[in-house]
Every structure is written in C-alpha cells, then in structure tokens.
Design a protein around this ligand. Structure first.
Ligand code: NAI
Ligand code: MG
Length: 355
C-alpha cells in the first residue's frame, strides 16, 4: 500500500525482559492486524547476559551496523548481577545505544489509572497525567574530571557538568513542542539557579529564549527541591516537565513512583530527527527476584511498545493499545503487584484481545 515499513529490532535481554517481551509482541501483533501496520520485526539475541556468558562481551563488534538501519529498538531489560556486574551489562549495551544513537530525549509518561492504588492519599484517576522530559546526553553526567593526590590528606575530586547551547536548546524545544501539542499548554522547568549559580541560571536563560517562540505556553520554573515536593503534594499541576540529565533522572523515577507499581512505567529514549533508531523500554529492570515465575506485570513493556508506535506515526494503534491497558487495569485480569492473581501471559492476552 506504499506505506513505509517500520523495521523494529526486538531485544528481550535478561530476566523478566524475556517474560514481558512476548506479551508486547502479542499486543503488537493484534494491533498490526487491526490497523494493518507495516511492521517488520528483527529478533536480536544479543545485548543480554546469556550472550555475555558465551562471548565474553554483551554485543557483537558490528552491533552498530546491525542496528543502524532499523526504525526503532524495542528493549526488555538488561542485567543479571549474579553472573555479570551491572556496570558491565549496562555500559556494554543500553548506555551504548543511548550515546552512540544520540537518543537525547528520555521521555516518561506519568499517569494514574483507574484500578491502580495510588501511594498518594486522596488522588483519583485523571489527577495525575504528565510527561517528564529528561536531557539524556550531557549535563551532570560526564566523564570529565578526576581525582588528584589520591590516598593522601590533600585528595581532591572534580567532576564537571557540561551544558551546551546545542544540547539545552534541543531538549527545551522538544519539551515546548510536547506542551504545545497538549490541551493544557503548560511547561514546567526544573532548575536550581539559587544554588548551582552558573549553569542553572544559564539553563533558565535558554528556557526563556525558547519560550519566545511559544508565547501560548505558560512556563513556570521550579527549584528542583520544591519541584520534588510538588510532585508528591500537587501532582495535578503538571503537564510537561523538562529537566537536565540529573534532575530528570530523579524526577522520572519519582513521577512514576507517585502513581503505583513500577510494573506500569514505560520510557522512550528518542532521537527525534530519526538520524538513528530510538529505543523504547520499560523503566523497570530484569527483576531477578521474580524471574521464572511468570508473574511480572507486562504493562510497562506493552505501553513502551505503544509509545514506539506513536513515535513511528501510528497514533491510532497507540490509542487502541492505551485504551486496552486502561480497561484491563480497571477491570482485570491483574498481576500480583496490582493485587490480582493473573500471570503475565493472562494479562497480556487480555490486553491483546481488547486491541
Ligand atoms: P528491577 O526494576 O529489576 O526490580 C525492582 C523491584 O521491582 C523488584 O522487586 C522486582 O520484582 C519489581 N518489579 C520490577 N519490574 C516488575 C514488573 N514488571 N512486575 C512486577 N514487579 C516488578 O530493579 P533492580 O532489582 O534494582 O535491578 C535488577 C537488575 O535489572 C539489575 O541487573 C539492574 O542493573 C537491572 N536494571 C536494568 C534496567 C534496564 O534495563 N533499563 C533498569 C533498572 C535495573
Ligand atoms: Mg534512573
């Protein structure tokens, strides 16, 4: 039908990644039938600790060439600390994707669903529905610095924050565009210009400059400390929140934590220009403590797949998957982390059937 095909690399990874990925593929397959999606799946068995056990490295040397041509990477989880130290498994796979594919946006939706107990008192579905947009390539997370006079009384350590006009402007622009596409027309900016008195006032200035292009958007800046408190006390006031790498890292865990189980939270690592593939993955890891029991909640993985379809321009399929997730969270079957008795496959099958 002339539509461009979507080539998707599928990497289940480790632990419950191997249990939730089949459910995401089941729901994708239902969406593919319903909406006639031009999907081509490329299964990949590396970027896992099983691969490491056999090859002594997480990925083949030509991993970048193998993935360069795909439109997106659907990723389960990586990590099996019993056999491979976490810094090796993480830096040998996921962090390479983020950096070498310039996935400069980390996007996390935060929503409170019907049927999911909220850890914040008195909140009902609809009260919490916002996006955290985190800068994913620079800022506070650099390898610039070092230790001097190690092991002596004069020992000093220095680690630099790096913010560039290029890097700040592109994440701010993305956040303003997200805000402009949503009904509330509101953007909240994380800062700490009172304490981090050079880079953060500069960041605020970049936000002010970008705001000139979006006069319809109401912009509010918050110091990160009170912003964290407001996530808990007044989550309903947020719609899109943009933050530097470190602040965004913290907020993008705090946000989903305010809406219940980690088994629901999805994330997208985006290269919006599509020069490189973007990566979609649940926030949770490989959960060795429950792996093998078939009880992992598949929603975070399925929602991540829905975000992928949205990014690829398949909005209707995304919406159908989200509605199916909403319905199953409200009416069951639910996994144990949600107080239910269903296993992973039962919950995944119920979502697929609704799609
Ligand atoms: P984790 O997210 O794997 O598990 C934390 C807790 O949440 C566990 O009690 C687990 O049973 C529970 N949980 C997680 N996902 C769940 C789901 N879908 N349904 C029900 N319960 C769920 O984090 P942890 O234990 O700190 O890390 C385990 C491994 O995963 C480590 O190797 C770590 O490095 C890796 N990891 C990988 C990530 C990734 O691939 N992006 C992210 C976080 C951790
Ligand atoms: Mg984090």
């Amino acid at each position: 039908d002339g539509r461009r095909r979507h080539r998707i690399a599928v990497i289940a990874g480790d632990g419950i990644g191997k249990e939730v990925m089949p459910e995401a593929l089941r729901v994708l397959s239902a969406a593919q039938q319903k909406f006639d999606l031009p999907l081509e799946l490329v299964p990949i068995d590396w970027a896992s600790c099983d691969y490491y056990a056999e090859h002594g490295q997480m990925m083949p040397d030509d991993w970048k060439q193998q993935l360069q041509g795909v439109d997106a990477i659907l990723f389960g989880a990586v990590g099996w600390p019993a056999t491979v130290p976490d810094h090796i498994s993480l830096w040998g796979s996921l962090l390479k994707f983020r950096r070498e594919f310039d996935q400069y946006i980390n996007l996390r939706p935060v929503r409170l669903f019907e049927g999911v107990p909220c850890p914040l008192a008195g909140r009902k579905p609809g009260d919490i529905d916002f996006l955290v947009v985190r800068e994913n390539t620079e800022g506070e997370y650099t390898n610039l610095g070092g230790v001097m006079y190690a092991g002596t009384d004069r020992e000093i350590v220095l680690q630099e924050t790096v913010m560039s006009r290029f890097g700040a402007d592109r994440v701010l622009k993305f956040a303003f565009e997200q805000a402009a596409a949503r009904p509330r027309q509101k953007l909240d900016v994380a800062t700490k210009s009172n304490g981090i008195a050079i880079s953060m006032p500069w960041w605020d200035g970049r936000a002010d400059a970008m705001a000139q292009h979006y006069p319809q958007i109401a912009v509010e800046k918050h110091h990160i400390d009170i912003l964290a408190a407001r996530f808990v006390l007044q989550p309903q006031r947020f719609d899109v929140v943009v933050a530097s790498n470190l602040f965004g890292d913290i907020l993008s865990d705090l946000g989903p934590a305010c809406t219940g189980t980690i088994g629901l939270a999805p994330s997208a690592n985006l290269n919006p220009e599509r020069t490189f593939p973007s990566l979609f993955e649940p926030v949770h890891g490989s959960a060795p403590d429950i792996y093998g029991q078939g009880i992992a909640n598949p929603v975070a993985m399925i929602w991540s797949a829905a975000l992928m379809l949205q990014f690829l321009g398949e909005q209707a399929a995304h919406d159908a998957m989200l509605h199916a997730i909403e319905h199953v969270l409200a009416h069951g079957p639910r996994t144990r982390d949600l107080g239910g008795l269903a296993n992973t496959a039962e919950m995944g099958a119920a979502i697929a059937a609704l799609v």
